[in-house]
Design a protein around this ligand. Structure first.
Ligand code: ATP
Ligand code: MG
Length: 248
């Protein structure tokens, strides 16, 4: 690759081709700059985490990939195709799906309605049966309204509804936040199954102990910059450094 950042920030993953290449990504909320110069790569079939303290820019990075930041600059390429300048619905049609921190489900609708609402953007999405295999609780709650679901059920629904769409790159913003340990484990099993199916996942996660059971690689974000990256195999040798970055 010709970009100098590539050699600095890229660690070879499991061997897939580069799917997403982000270079010098900047983003603003009004006049306030949230991302300064994000550079990262995600390969086909990887699970990659974005780590960092509160306010570091993790969610803003996901929102920028999804085309949800009004003001952004730099480059985000999906298989070489530039996404900066594309609207979020166009980005969704290219096969990227975002599960936001607030879960993005419609609380006034039932489980069944939430599942069938998102448009199918590509072939290869999961059938409702496959989604219920992943999340058996949802099958039992099919006609339940969103407001009556537990936090864990809401998270399962939020992930389930984007799996139907056929997206190949799944952006998950803190899917385990506030959930009981048993539910966290279930979400972990689901993310592993997604990887087995060949999907690619970018996971924002505060719970590093959870993240390191799943991820191929990690990026550390601080003040709107990527300040470090490592493979999961490199984590044991870097525990002190990671603890300092994350303040844990
Ligand atoms: N809607 C918004 N309007 C203005 N500033 C925002 C908005 N959302 C986030 N910011 C600011 O942008 C910066 C990056 O925020 P971001 O939400 O991306 O952080 P984060 O790493 O996801 O943090 P957290 O772990 O708290 O979710 C922070 O300084 C934050 O205060
Ligand atoms: Mg966030």
């Amino acid at each position: 690759m010709h970009d100098v950042f590539a050699t600095q920030t890229t660690h070879a993953g499991a061997g897939g081709a580069a799917m997403l290449e982000i270079r010098n990504l900047e983003a603003w909320y009004g006049e306030s700059r949230a991302l300064r110069s994000i550079c990262l790569d995600v390969r086909d079939g990887e699970v990659v985490t974005l780590l960092g303290r509160n306010g570091a820019g993790k969610s803003t990075t996901l929102k920028s990939i999804m085309g949800m930041m009004r003001k952004r600059a730099g480059s985000i390429k999906l298989y070489g195709e530039e996404l900066i300048g594309c609207a979020s619905n166009a980005i969704a049609r290219k096969g990227i799906a975002f599960c936001p921190e607030n879960r993005g489900i419609f609380s006034s609708l039932t489980v069944a309605e939430n599942l069938t609402l998102p448009p199918i953007v590509r072939d290869g999405g999961m059938s409702e049966e496959e989604i219920f295999d992943l999340f058996p609780n949802l099958r039992e709650r099919l006609n339940t309204g969103g407001t009556k679901l537990s936090g864990g059920e809401q998270q399962m629904l939020a992930i389930g509804r984007i799996l139907r769409t056929g997206a190949r790159l799944i952006l998950l913003d803190e899917p385990t936040e506030g959930l009981a340990p048993a539910i966290v484990q279930q979400i972990g099993r689901v993310i592993r199954r997604l990887r087995e199916r060949g999907l690619t996942v970018i996971l924002v996660e505060q719970n590093f102990r959870f993240a390191e059971t799943l991820a191929d690689r990690h990026y550390v974000i601080e003040n709107g910059n990527v300040v470090d990256s490592m493979t999961n195999a490199e984590v044991p040798a870097n525990r002190d450094k990671l603890a300092a970055y994350l303040g844990v």
